[in-house]
Design a protein around this ligand. Structure first.
Ligand code: C2E
Ligand code: MN
Length: 406
């Protein structure tokens, strides 16, 4: 299948331009073996390259390109399939935008096209060319430093439960994981993640349950979460718990149950955030929205979890506005390398900024992911990069510290 990849990257300042020409000649050799053609634009700082050819060759060559240390911040902008090549001349042409007049440069590039049909204006690939040549998206290029320019240093502050009065007959347990603001060096909240008594995942806990039994178990597990949090001496720390939306709708007096358990454990509603995790469509949206109103009226804040994945989408934001949304690892993963993920996250940020909804990025594993998200304007993070969930305890946090030689 004829595959197209377009990427943008940043040229390393310490590589001479001459080396670039040699690199292209060498690459041409390799590309022509794999039947890969295309064009490489250079504007003095950035590369913009289109690769076309058989799927396997294009992806292999692209993988090698990503590993090349003569450029960095490689961002894949497009991966698409088409009936014919746009730039079918043998090999890969290097095209230096600086040698051309700004007004005519796009046309000169397009004249290189070999498409049987004229390059058409609604072709996405062509629109990417326009945008690059006209430097229209530049404010969205975040030049992040290399991942190893930061150290992540543990504060050693593991907190274990203070007393053993915890209910040992409980049928579930919780792991705790902080959400942090790394640059302010602050723990923003602590999330209680459901576990079986021997520490297995929420799926394992819910495994055999369905219908009412599942909703009951979900709600009643929060009693254990509040007890365990109290034993960890939370003070004024914010505590986040997860609920399925339909738990609030299906279990009578669910909100009252939560409020009672919060109070019994010496906590206050204002320090609680409820994350709504949607694993099924909210079929009774009006009743759900009503339950959310009750929570908010009591002082509890709400967040939409896994935002952008599955059902937790924009239409839910139209129905009610949470205090916070959490963007899931599905979108966070390798965001520094992915144009589509960057565009979606920037749109989410814009939307939430207009609505004064704060954003947390969840599942951050790489320093580069974190740095890109910070550059985009996100300041709250949860993920293994900073702290892994700890069963029945508050884990130590690994705070970023800039290395002195960077
Ligand atoms: P969530 O609320 O988004 O919680 C974060 C999940 O991501 C947790 O998985 C956590 O262990 C995992 N995680 C955190 N950092 C990283 C990371 O850097 N990389 C990766 N790969 N994963 C990371 P966990 O504990 O398995 O929970 C999965 C989901 O189960 C939760 O996602 C939440 O939606 C749901 N859940 C957890 N507790 C409850 C609960 O009490 N009730 C209900 N209904 N759902 C719950
Ligand atoms: Mn959550």
């Amino acid at each position: 299948m004829l595959t197209t990849i377009i990427y943008r990257s940043h040229f390393c300042d310490n590589v001479p331009y001459k080396a670039l020409e040699e690199m292209v000649t060498a690459a041409n050799e390799k590309n022509s073996h794999g039947g890969v053609t295309g064009i490489l634009l250079f504007n003095g700082t950035h590369f913009f390259q289109l690769l076309e050819g058989p799927q396997e060759s294009v992806t292999t060559i692209y993988r090698h390109i990503c590993e090349d240390d003569r450029h960095y911040n490689v961002v894949e902008l497009l991966r698409d399939y088409s009936p014919s090549r746009r730039f079918g001349k043998a090999g890969m042409e290097l095209f230096d935008l600086r040698e051309h007049d700004r007004d005519e440069v796009l046309q000169v590039v397009l004249d290189k096209g070999t498409s049987k049909y004229q390059l058409i204006y609604d072709d996405r690939a062509l629109q990417f060319f326009r945008t690059f040549v006209e430097a229209r998206e530049k404010e969205n290029y975040f030049e992040i430093p290399a991942g190893d320019s930061w150290d992540f240093i543990s504060d050693g502050n593991t907190v274990l439960p203070q007393d053993s009065k915890r209910d040992l007959t409980a049928d579930c347990s919780f792991a705790f994981q902080p959400t942090i603001d790394p640059l302010a060096q602050e723990i923003v909240s602590l999330e209680a993640l459901l576990r079986t008594t021997d520490g297995a995942s929420p799926q394992a806990f819910f495994g055999s349950l369905s219908g009412d039994a599942l909703y009951q178990a979900d709600l009643h597990s929060k009693k254990v979460a509040f007890e365990m949090a109290a034993a960890l001496n939370l003070g004024e720390q914010t505590l986040t718990v997860n609920l399925q939306p339909m738990t609030l709708v299906n279990v009578p007096d669910a909100v009252r149950f939560l409020l009672t358990e919060i109070e019994v454990n010496g906590l206050v509603p204002e320090q609680i955030i409820v994350d709504f995790t949607e694993s099924e469509i909210i079929s009774r949206l009006d009743e759900f929205t009503d339950a959310v109103r009750q929570l908010k009226a009591a002082g509890i804040r709400v967040a939409i979890d896994h935002f952008g994945a599955g059902f937790a989408g924009l239409s839910l934001l139209a129905q009610f506005q949470p205090d916070r949304i959490k963007i899931n690892r599905d979108l966070i993963k390798d965001v520094h390398k992915s144009g589509p993920r960057q565009a979606i996250i920037q749109a989410i940020i814009k939307c939430c900024t207009s609505l004064e909804i704060s954003i947390t990025a969840v599942g951050v594993e790489k320093a580069e992911e974190w740095m890109w998200l910070e550059s985009a304007g996100i300041s709250m993070f949860q993920g293994h990069l900073f702290a892994k969930p700890a069963l029945g305890a508050i884990p130590a946090v690994f705070w970023p510290e800039k290395k002195s030689n960077f």
